[in-house]
Design a binder for this molecule. Structure first.
Ligand code: MRU
Length: 379
């Protein structure tokens, strides 16, 4: 396909985009988030001083993406503890802010458990809060480290599956440093291929309705200087048919015990297309995204979001406010009902491989997945 479709990649801003940080100004500790609803138009920070503010940031998608939700949830518990709020109440509200990405509840629980353990061991409230914060910081570091290892394993797998190099990778939603303590999941693999000189092009699905691909992945790709091209979600079929896709790389919000993958709505149709066109469909996710307590895809709670996200075009500079109206530009008649699931579920038989920081699982079976998770717990 003609190179007129490719971005020249002359954005010289740093590729590091810290999406979250803990700060301790004299007024008291705060959690600072890069407001992802405003990207790529503005780089605006949101300062959370309590768990309810963070819950709102999670619901509005100011902070989003499975691994980052886990980190945010853990810091949210620490914030409640350090500022003297009810930690259990905060933990319930945070864990319930969005239902599908298992990392959120896992991150919340980790900080809450550290808090409980400190109290049980005779620590006072300050020591328990410090323990919750240490747990959040540890999760943040671990996620950064996992990201680097996923990139290594993912690139090795790509090179094995596509020995010719010059990979043309299609991705969906957003999986880079905006969702991670490090460089992300699927995007980190594409970045590793780019740095190794083996990425020919990153195809970026715009990802309707909230445009995480257009607004966020394109933003990350531009900063990294890689050749990328944006397409509407429904252009993917013709791209496969033209033989322009060598592999699909996506992240995950929850991977069940049998290897079913919940990810941003539109992932499952890509898996079906990939199978038809004999293209590898690869999921990249940290072990924290594997949920052994959810047996299969049918058991996943898929978040349903407000219809106005579909019936209105939500431009990034327009804040999304209010329960009914979205504050966007209408693209459907007033009162139109919308079907707006945030995620879909891809069955394991359509997944070529799941790449974790502990290595790749392929073929995807419950046993192989359990083995990888056990490896992680042994470390
Ligand atoms: O609704 P979002 O933007 O939080 O959805 C995010 C995704 O679906 C990502 O692909 C997923 O969390 C994997 S991120 C590494």
């Amino acid at each position: 396909m003609a190179d007129q479709y490719a971005y020249s990649g002359d954005d010289k801003r740093p590729t590091e985009i810290p999406a979250i940080r803990w700060e301790e100004p004299p007024e008291g500790p705060v959690l600072v988030l890069l407001d992802q609803t405003r990207l790529p138009v503005e780089e605006v920070e949101l300062v959370c001083t309590d768990a309810p503010a963070l819950v709102e940031a999670i619901r509005s998608l100011a902070v989003r993406g499975a691994p980052l939700l886990g980190i945010a949830g853990a810091y949210g518990v620490a914030l409640a503890a350090v500022r003297g709020f009810d930690v259990d109440e905060a933990a319930v509200a945070l864990a319930g802010a969005r239902p599908t990405a298992v990392n959120l509840a896992v991150g919340v629980r980790r900080a809450q458990a550290a808090h409980e353990a400190a109290l049980a061991n005779g620590g006072d409230i300050r020591q328990a809060a410090a323990a919750a914060l240490a747990a959040a910081r540890q999760l943040h570091r671990e996620d950064a480290e996992a990201s680097g290892r996923m990139a290594e394993h993912g690139l090795a797998l790509l090179d094995e599956l596509l020995p010719g190099g010059g990979h043309r990778i299609l991705t969906h939603c957003n999986t880079g440093s905006l969702v991670s303590g490090g460089e992300g999941t699927a995007f980190a693999v594409a970045l590793a291929a780019h740095r190794a000189g083996r990425l020919r092009r990153l195809w970026v699905d715009e990802t309707r309705p909230l445009l995480q691909g257009a607004r966020l992945t394109a933003y990350e790709a531009a900063r990294s200087g890689m050749a990328y091209t944006l397409l509407t979600d429904n252009a993917a079929g013709s791209l496969f048919a033209a033989g322009e896709v060598d592999a699909v790389l996506i992240g995950a919000d929850r991977i069940t015990a049998d290897g079913s993958v919940a990810n941003k709505v539109g992932s499952y149709p890509l898996a079906v297309l990939a199978r038809y066109h004999h293209v590898p469909f690869i999921v990249v996710a940290p072990v924290t995204t594997v949920d052994p307590d959810t047996p299969d895809g049918a058991s996943i709670e898929v978040e349903q979001r407000a219809g106005h996200e579909v019936t209105e075009f939500v431009a990034p500079q327009v804040p999304v406010t209010g329960a009914e109206a979205g504050g966007g530009i209408p693209v459907a008649p007033l009162g139109t009902q919308a079907y707006n699931p945030a995620f879909d579920v891809t069955p394991p038989e359509l997944v070529t491989a799941i790449v974790t920081e502990e290595g790749a699982v392929s073929p995807v079976t419950a046993e192989a997945l359990a083995e990888v998770c056990a490896r992680s717990r042994r470390v």
